[in-house]
Structure formats: C-alpha cells, structure tokens
Design a binder for this molecule. Sequence first.
Ligand code: UT7
Length: 324
Amino acid sequence: MTVLRAVPVGIGHYLPQRVVPNDWFETFLDTSDEWIRSRSGIERRHFASEGETTSSMAIAAARAALDMAGLTPADLDGVILATSTADLTFPSAATMVQAGLGMDRGFAFDVQAVCAGFIFALSTAQAYIASGQARRLLVIGAETFSRIMDWEDRSTCVLFGDGAGALVLEAQDQPGEPTDRGILATDLHSDGRFRDLLYVDGGVSTQSTGVLKMEGREVFRHAVEKLAETAHTALERSGNRAEDVAWIVPHQANLRIITRTAQKMGIDMDRVIVTVQDHGNTSAASIPLALSVGVERGQIKRGDLLVAEAIGGGLAWGSVVLRW
Ligand code: UT7
C-alpha cells in the first residue's frame, strides 16, 4: 500500500555576516574563551546587524532552499515558520516571508516551540502533507536571539546566535516501508510545569520585551534524559534501528549534550552533524542550519536515514526520523 510522505527536495540557510568570537565577551564580562569552549563547545556565533530581522533571514534561507529544489514560490502551498523571535507581535513572520517571496496563494503561519520549534514545524508539515491538504511546503526555522539577551548575564548571553534554515518538503507516493524517503516518524512532548527553567521574562500581555533566563544546569539534565528517549521512540515508530541511522542532526545547544545523547543512542560521534562551534545555539534555526550545512559539507546524502532531536523552553521536546 503506498503512502504519501513529506520528502525533502531542497534545503538552504542564511547566516548574518557579523561573526562574533568568544573572546569578544571577555571585553565586557567575567568570562573566557576557554570557559565557553569547554562548557558548551561554542567558538563563535553570528549576530544579525541592525535592520536584519527573523523574516529577512528566513527569506534568504527560503530562496536558497527553493533554488536547490528547482522550484519557485508559486509551487508552494504554504509556509510554516518556527520562531520565538518574530519581527512583530503580529502578523506572523511566516506571512512576511510569504510576501517577501512574492507568493500570492497558499497559507503561512508561525509555530512557537522555542528550541524544539523546527521539530514541531516538521511534524505539522508532515501532517498536512500526509493528509493531502498540501503538496509542497516550506518549513523554516529562523531566530534573532541576540535581541533577547541579557548582556550582563554571562551564563546565557555567550551561548546564543542568529540565523535561519529552510527546507522544502514535497508529497511523494512511497511504498510504506521503513526504507521510504521522507518523514517516517515524529515524537512530540511538552511539559509546562518546567516553565521557569527557560523563559523570557516579558511579552505582549506583560507589556515588555524581556530577556532570556535559563537554569542551565537543570535544562542540561532534562536534555540528557529526554533527547535519547524521544529519538529512540521515533526510530522505533519508523521501523528502523540505531544501526540504520546515517546521521543524528541534533539541536545545537551544547556539545556535551550532543555527545551524551549520541552515546546513549549507541551512535558514534562521526555520525553526528555538529555545527554548534560555528553557530552557537540558534534555537529553532539550529536543526535546519545543521541540515543545510551537513548537505553542503557532503555529509548528508540522498537515502541517508536522519534523526533530528531538540529540547527547549516549555519545556518542549521531540524528534523526527526522516530519510533524505
Ligand atoms: O536550547 C535550549 C536548551 N538549552 C540548553 O540545552 C542549555 C543547557 N545547559 C547548558 O548547556 C549548560 O548548563 C551551560 C553551558 C549553560 C552551563 O554549563 P554548566 O557546566 O552547567 O555550568 P554551570 O551553570 O553549572 O556553572 C558552572 C560555573 C558557575 O560558577 P560556580 O557557581 O561553580 O562558582 C557559573 O557561575 O561557571 C560559572 N559560569 C561562567 N564562568 C565563566 C557561568 N557562566 C559562565 C561564563 N564564563 N560565561
């Protein structure tokens, strides 16, 4: 029996020109390149320049993804954009991308699940495609976390960066086997009781923008516990096993979390896409950025089985298994 799968046909990304190395923080904070590198694996990150926004970066990433797919915006049925740092309270950043691309049809909306946003957006896109409601969707993760940093808090502001990644998914009939191309399984979770571990202390209904607050050590603990578990669940649902996985494409928050999750899954680090050293934590943009860079480096190839996993504010976490 054939099934409709959401198959990746194009990927692209955009990173702001401004690259900020760790030692920049030494000029105004009691921190060091050594601390940041050894505790997080981060060496540098990109920061958006004045006038650059989440939607402007998302548009650049989307154009690159459409180019790779050999498609035009008119071929798309919709745009789903994962972000916690939209340009405006409304309309959604996704509708700004839609207009920026010159799309005059289809739908567009944002998904907000913080660092797990791209996983939730992929799962949403997969549901639209599998149910026949859309044939081609642009799924984007884009963030300007530099705009919600507390520059006096050394425990958070050294960790985050800006950027955008975009993926074009297309409905294709597949045999309905674990060896199919496209999204094979998803696993989503959230638990609002952990709100205080990672949040922004402002928002529209409190009439402020706020800055990011994080209990790093606690989030770390949850990440190590939950990521391997969700990845295992999605893999099982997909009918595949750890030994079938070509690449883990993890959320890029901390190299130590990435390493421990791979260890728990029984997968060697040479089968993990790592970009955290160059991008820092770009929240919802981190997985599509890692996917795009992984393809660009020649690591991810057609037919490769991928497991993407992420956790962040909410807490919200989950994973997606897909064959490239
Ligand atoms: O994307 C959403 C998910 N987020 C994450 O996954 C982040 C999860 N958490 C982490 O990645 C890590 O917890 C951090 C990188 C944030 C921190 O690493 P840690 O090993 O958990 O360090 P810590 O918070 O336990 O802090 C250790 C020490 C503290 O000093 P004391 O109390 O031991 O004297 C901190 O004050 O390091 C100190 N510290 C710093 N020192 C130099 C905290 N930030 C810095 C800094 N430079 N930037």
